[in-house]
Ligand binder design. Structure first.
Ligand code: DX5
Ligand code: ZN
Length: 217
């Protein structure tokens, strides 16, 4: 399992997005949190901003859609330039069809679980996915405390991935920092989203390197 770091621009300065994207070059992905004020009580950005960002950086975009009706909107994010698109299973009407559509359009298909959503009902869907995102905070805001109670779910998911012999990546998002990333890696996560832990630092690229070093130990 190769460690990958995906800094979240939710904690960046939205008036300087191109510069903020460049500030983390060297990261594997740029995590773009799309929120619609309905699925979560916060509003961020949409397709036009993703389109502009994809032109402004060479780092592939990892779009995390915290929106209602992803069946309708997710394909547009692939067209806008996202290399990976994550939808929430709680919001998707037809997750298998949606994952297939994302893949058919040429992006990696990923499904997210809120903290109270168990993995077990979705075991049979895993082969349809390129990544599974386990939220380690309630989605909606950056800067929240990491939920240690999610560690058993990360561990059980890693076991299911191994049982089925899948290449699926396992992403964690929320409260990931130098103080929590080792626990996530030990439980089986391999893709790490970090917002405040990266963009609150004077040198965001150095923060990415520090997180990577911790996850690899
Ligand atoms: C929260 C978002 C996260 C957020 C994480 O709902 O999905 O990607 O940016 O922020 P931190 O790393 O500060 O918890
Ligand atoms: Zn996110």
């Amino acid at each position: 399992m190769a460690v990958q770091i995906s800094p979240s621009i939710l904690s960046a300065d939205f008036a300087r997005l191109a510069d903020e994207a460049k500030a983390v070059e060297g990261a594997d992905w740029l995590h773009v949190d799309v929120m619609d004020n309905h699925f979560v009580p916060n509003l961020t950005l949409g397709v036009p901003v993703v389109e502009s960002l994809s032109r402004a950086t060479d780092t592939p975009l990892d779009c995390h859609l915290m929106i209602e009706d992803p069946d309708r909107w997710a394909p547009q994010y692939v067209e806008a330039g996202a290399s990976s698109v994550t939808f929430h299973v709680e919001a998707a009407a037809a997750p298998v069809r949606l994952a297939r559509e994302i893949r058919a359009k040429g992006a990696r298909a990923s499904m997210a679980l809120k903290p109270a959503t168990p993995i077990e009902p979705y075991e049979d869907l895993l082969p349809e996915l390129d990544m599974l995102l386990i939220m380690t905070v309630e989605p909606g805001f950056g800067g929240q405390a990491f939920l240690d109670i999610m560690l058993p779910k990360i561990r059980r998911t890693r076991e299911l991935i191994a049982k089925h012999g899948l290449e699926l990546w396992l992403q964690v998002d929320g409260g990931v920092a130098e103080s929590t990333i080792e626990r996530c890696a030990e439980a089986g996560a391999d893709v790490f989203v970090a917002g405040s832990a990266v963009y609150s630092q004077p040198d965001p690229a150095a923060a990415v390197r520090a997180l990577r070093a911790k996850a690899e130990t």
